[in-house]
Design a protein around this ligand. Structure first.
Ligand code: FDP
Length: 328
C-alpha cells in the first residue's frame, strides 16, 4: 500500500494561506530547501569524490580538494541570489557581509556546514539559517537583526535527512527527506515536559575550564540525566528537541593556558546560537548566554559575534540563568 505524504512545500503553502502571508517567503524557502538538498547530495557522495578532506588536501588526481564547507557555501549563495529575495547574507564562510539585492525583502544569516570536526568522518553536520525581514514601513538601514526579530529559523541535519523549521509564533516542525528527495511528513515538535528523557550535552573535556558556578551545577545535577555529545550543534540540538534537557557551550574562563580562554564563548550568535534559540522558543524552550540574558534579546554588534549558549528545557535553562545572574 502506498503511503502518500504531505510535502514540506504543501505544508508551507497552507501555512502562508492560513496566516495571510505573501509568496515571497515561499520563494526564499524553496531556495533554502534546494540548497539543503544539494548539500545533502554532495555530502553523501563527498567521500568518493574526495571532498571530505582537510584544507589543502590533494585528491587522487593530484588536485587540491574543494572543501565541503566551501561547496556548501557556494551552493547556498547560488540559490539565495537566484531567489531575488535577499538583501544581504551573512555566512560563516565569508568574512564580509554578502550584498545581494538592495530590493530584496529578507536578510539571511547562515552556517552552511556546522560541526566541521565531523566532516572527515562523514558524520552528521548541520546547515543552519535564520531569516529576518526588511522594514516595510519606512527606509531600511540594513542593521543586523537580533534573534527576536527573526521570522523563521531552520536546521538541516546532513546526511541524516531531517529538516527542522521554527516559524514565528507558529511552532517548530520537523520533516524527513524521502526517496524522491522531498521533505515530507510534517510533525510539530514540543520539548517534552517529563524529565525522564532529558539529556545533558556539552564538551566534557572543557568542564574544568567553565565558571566555578557552572562546574558546581554540573557536579550537583549530572547524575539525574543521560549525557550525549556528538560535537555538531545541529545533531546535538536535534536530539535535545526530541528528548528535552539542555545543550550548553559555556564560556571558557578557567583554561590552564589563559590564552585559550574564550570569555565570549565559541558559538556564533547570528547563525548558530540565535537559530537554535529561535527554534527552541517555538518548541516551548529557551536559551541564554553567559550573563543569563535571553539569546534572542542580544543585539549583534558584529556579524561573526560569538556567544556562550545554554539552550533547552525551560526549567533547566531558567535554573542556569538564575545562577549566572548572581555575581560569582
Ligand atoms: P565545529 O567547531 O566542529 O564546527 O560552532 C561550531 C561547532 O562545531 C558546533 O557545531 C559544535 O557544537 C561545537 O562547535 C563543537 O565544539 P568542540 O569541538 O569544542 O566541542
Amino acid at each position: 500500500m502506498i503511503q502518500f505524504e504531505q510535502t514540506f512545500m504543501n505544508f508551507l503553502l497552507h501555512h502562508q494561506e492560513k496566516y495571510g502571508r505573501t509568496y515571497h517567503f515561499l520563494i526564499l524557502m524553496d531556495a533554502l530547501v534546494s540548497a539543503g538538498k544539494y548539500i545533502q547530495h554532495y555530502y553523501l557522495t563527498g567521500a568518493l569524490k574526495g571532498h571530505l578532506g582537510r584544507a589543502g588536501d590533494i585528491n587522487v588526481q593530484g588536485e587540491e580538494v574543494m572543501q565541503m564547507d566551501q561547496i556548501a557555501h557556494e551552493i547556498t549563495l547560488h540559490y539565495l541570489r537566484n531567489s531575488g529575495r535577499v538583501i544581504h547574507a551573512v555566512s560563516e564562510e565569508s568574512e564580509e557581509i554578502i550584498q545581494i539585492n538592495p530590493d530584496g525583502r529578507y536578510f539571511v544569516y547562515f552556517d552552511p556546514m556546522d560541526g566541521s570536526s565531523n566532516i572527515p568522518h562523514g558524520l552528521p553536520i548541520g546547515f543552519l539559517f535564520g531569516i529576518a525581514k526588511r522594514n516595510l514601513e519606512g527606509p531600511e538601514d540594513g542593521h543586523l537583526r537580533a534573534g527576536k526579530d527573526y521570522i523563521a529559523a531552520g536546521m538541516f541535519v546532513i546526511p541524516t535527512g531531517t529538516f527542522t523549521l521554527g516559524l514565528k509564533e507558529a511552532g517548530t516542525y520537523q520533516f524527513h527527506i524521502d526517496e524522491t528527495m522531498n521533505f515530507v511528513r510534517p510533525r510539530q515538535v514540543m520539548l517534552p515536559q517529563d524529565p525522564k528523557t532529558w539529556e545533558l550535552s556539552f564538551n566534557a573535556a572543557n568542564r574544568y575550564t567553565y565558571d566555578e558556578r557552572i562546574q558546581r551545577w554540573i557536579t550537583e545535577n549530572e547524575r539525574k540525566y543521560a549525557f550525549r555529545y556528538l560535537g555538531a550543534l545541529a545533531g546535538d540540538f536535534h536530539r535535545l528537541l526530541n528528548n528535552g534537557g539542555m545543550f550548553m557551550y559555556p564560556a571558557i574562563v578557567n583554561h590552564p593556558n589563559p590564552k585559550k580562554n574564550r570569555p565570549e564563548g565559541k558559538l556564533r550568535l547570528m547563525y548558530e546560537a540565535s537559530v537554535v534559540a529561535f527554534i527552541c522558543r517555538e518548541a516551548g524552550g529557551m536559551a541564554v548566554d553567559e550573563t543569563g540574558t535571553p539569546i534572542l534579546e542580544i543585539q549583534p554588534r558584529k556579524h561573526h559575534q560569538r556567544s556562550a549558549l545554554y539552550v533547552g528545557s525551560k526549567t533547566l535553562v531558567e535554573e542556569i540563568a538564575t545562577i549566572l545572574k548572581k555575581s560569582g
